[in-house]
Design a protein around this ligand. Sequence first.
Ligand code: HEM
Length: 267
Amino acid sequence: MSELLNGKTLDFLYPVRSDEINWFIKYLSQKAKDGNGFGKISKDVHSRFDALMERILREHEEARKQEKGEVKDLLNILLDVSEDDSMEIKLTRGNIKAFVQEILIAGTDTSAITIEWALAELINHPNVMKKALEEIDQVVGKNRLLQESDIPNLPYLQAIDKESLRLHPTAPLIPRLSTKDCTVGGYHIPANTTTFINVCSVGRDPTHWESPLEFKPERFEGNQLDVRGQHFRLLPFGSGRRMCPGTSLGLLMLHTDRIENWMPHTM
Ligand code: HEM
């Protein structure tokens, strides 16, 4: 993950991104002209992703042969697992590609969109912005950037993130498949039924939240209300065994990739 997504690699790959986007736009408009359906388009995109992953995997395998003792990234760890014969479940090459794709899809837009929502709310609520900057100035000071180790001392910043996630969960509907007949809230749900938990509407439910449509981070002050799947009126990362495994990373990115690091100290 670090090798795929660090700043140096991103800069290095800019021409590739630019070519890919241009290719994709031309490709989509051509397919639309030809009257091709989504199935064909998604197959083509899949085979391009597969070729890219194959290239990255081969580069890793080559580097592993030369045993360069560098820090292990996600792919190296996955390759270790796939080559370990003592593992109960063997990871195939296809599994590795699917895993990387899932992490990329699940881990990037979710965090970016949450940050955008939080910033939009801050811009529209100057008092909240002011209070957040005061807290940061007090804890971090004006001579350095906010670091992850500051987060425990920034409860208001954490409250802002919780409030953004309450109002704007990036996965508003969470699916679950019933393995057997059951009853939930008085409704009979037969086995093998897909149901959706409407996280967005739970987070805005007036029976659980006072003035639910207002952006008020103060509602999280002085209580333990959390986003980690234990309080069922606030489930932006889901809950239970399929809860988001990237919750901690997601929260770290939300807290640090933020106003303090984007704005001059002029407010
Ligand atoms: C603000 C950031 C994020 C939000 C709001 C978010 C939200 C979610 C939600 C709601 C789910 C479904 C949970 C459920 O079904 O109970 C999920 C699943 C998942 N998330 Fe996140 N996520 C975020 C960041 C990340 C990051 C940074 C990663 C990894 C780098 C990640 C990886 C995943 C994966 C792999 C799944 C699928 C888990 C499974 O099906 O077992 N997420 N996420």
